[in-house]
Design a protein around this ligand. Structure first.
Ligand SMILES: [Zn+2]
Length: 250
């Protein structure tokens, strides 16, 4: 199996209290952050990374607290076009076409559409699933026990050219993804860093375990140095303008 190309797929927006990007800030001001999924096309078929927000966010725009009330609000901003089956539909695929889904972690804006892939293997860190089962700050639909999980433990080569990189901290079993296409090496940091200042300047952001999050960023920096990878962040408001977004690809 070889990787042919990587596409960055926009999957809506989320208004989040800006203190999530910098926990030193006071709660009360909102930031509009992009949500992403990613499609890796291989010689054996497509692999989807993350499934965006749940369908319910289209019909019932709701707000909820990020953690406790002190951490401010999250307000999903989702349209029908952002539903993951519609997102991959624009690329010419339906769920049954996928080789597998990679779930980077089980937050609602990354695993909200997992239930739309009931017959597809969902590759997930075991530590993330176990944490989600124990913690009530995960949506139930993001940890549906009926789905076909394939658990991995730590750094794992998914297929040649796609490396799952264990980066706990934001959540207990978070993983980032290093993708080598014929022309580029790209590190999808996902929520190991919401945006560039978290990664480059050490600005503290919304994490479950700050020490582990800091170690994970150090690990990603070592990896990018070794591989010369370009880093794409999980929710960087400005980066879409600097990158080739679908229908372009890498
Ligand atoms: Zn997250």
């Amino acid at each position: 199996m070889s990787v042919q190309k990587l596409s960055l797929l926009p999957a809506g927006y989320c208004l989040v209290d800006a203190s999530a990007l910098d926990t030193r800030r006071k709660v009360g001001e909102m930031a509009r952050l992009p949500i992403w999924s990613y499609l890796i096309e291989t010689s054996d078929g497509p692999i989807l990374i993350d499934t965006g927000m749940p369908e319910s966010c289209i019909h019932e725009p709701a707000e909820f607290f990020r953690g406790t009330e002190d951490e401010g609000l999250i307000v999903p901003e989702m349209k029908a076009q952002d539903l993951i089956t519609n997102v991959i539909g624009r690329c010419g695929y339906q769920p049954s076409d996928l080789v597998c889904v990679v779930s980077t972690h089980l937050h609602f804006d990354h695993a909200g559409g997992n239930q739309l892939f009931p017959y597809t293997e969902i590759v997930l860190q075991r530590a993330e699933y176990e944490a989600a089962l124990k913690q009530d700050n995960y949506f139930d639909i993001c940890k549906d026990p009926a789905l076909l999980y394939r658990f991995v433990d730590g750094d794992t080569e998914l297929v040649p050219g796609v490396q799952l990189v264990f980066t706990p901290g934001h959540t207990p079993g978070h993983q980032s993804v290093l993708v080598s296409t014929p022309n580029d090496t790209i590190l999808l940091a996902i929520d190991a860093a919401y945006h560039r200042p978290n990664y480059e300047d050490g600005v503290p952001f919304a994490v479950r375990d700050a020490e582990k999050a800091f170690d994970s960023i150090a690990k990603l920096k070592r990896l990018t140095k070794e591989t010369s990878a370009k880093v794409f962040f999980g929710h960087d408001a400005g980066q879409a303008e600097e990158w080739k977004v679908y229908p372009e690809s890498y």
